[in-house]
Design a protein around this ligand. Structure first.
Ligand SMILES: [Zn+2]
Length: 127
């Protein structure tokens, strides 16, 4: 009884008896997605959580001054990818339609791949 589809991978799984309302299977990827969503949702709806996060972030930055800058210096590829993505989302008429794509294009694709992908998105949208 009680089999359901995972909200992330759509596979059928059996919720654990102690959490009958579980809507994600137990695979690490899906659990990560669930936590990510929870985090995002909490940021949106829970001012205390938001405040907490902000404070934690600020505290971390204080302990690691110059980290962002150093990171970009050590990872020029990352910095250029970011610029490429920014161009994509700002310039090209793709704009907000591409926002849902933003998350996974930040994963480890090469710049060349991204440029190709950007072109593809543009051609789809302009049709
Ligand atoms: Zn799943």
């Amino acid at each position: 009884m009680g089999n359901r589809h995972c909200a992330a991978c759509k596979q059928i799984f059996q919720p654990r008896p102690q959490s009958p309302r579980q809507s994600y299977c137990s695979s690490p990827g899906c659990q990560r997605q669930r936590k990510g969503l929870w985090h995002k949702n909490s940021l949106k709806t829970d001012p205390a959580y938001r405040d907490n996060q902000k404070r934690a972030q600020q505290a971390w930055k204080k302990r690691h001054p110059g980290y962002d800058r150093q990171y970009r210096k050590d990872n020029p590829e990352y910095a250029e990818r970011n610029r490429t993505l920014q161009e994509l989302y700002k310039g090209s008429g793709v704009g907000e339609k591409a926002a849902p794509l933003q998350k996974w294009t930040h994963q480890s694709h090469s710049i060349r791949w991204l440029r190709g992908f950007i072109g593809l998105v543009e051609s789809q949208i302009r049709r």
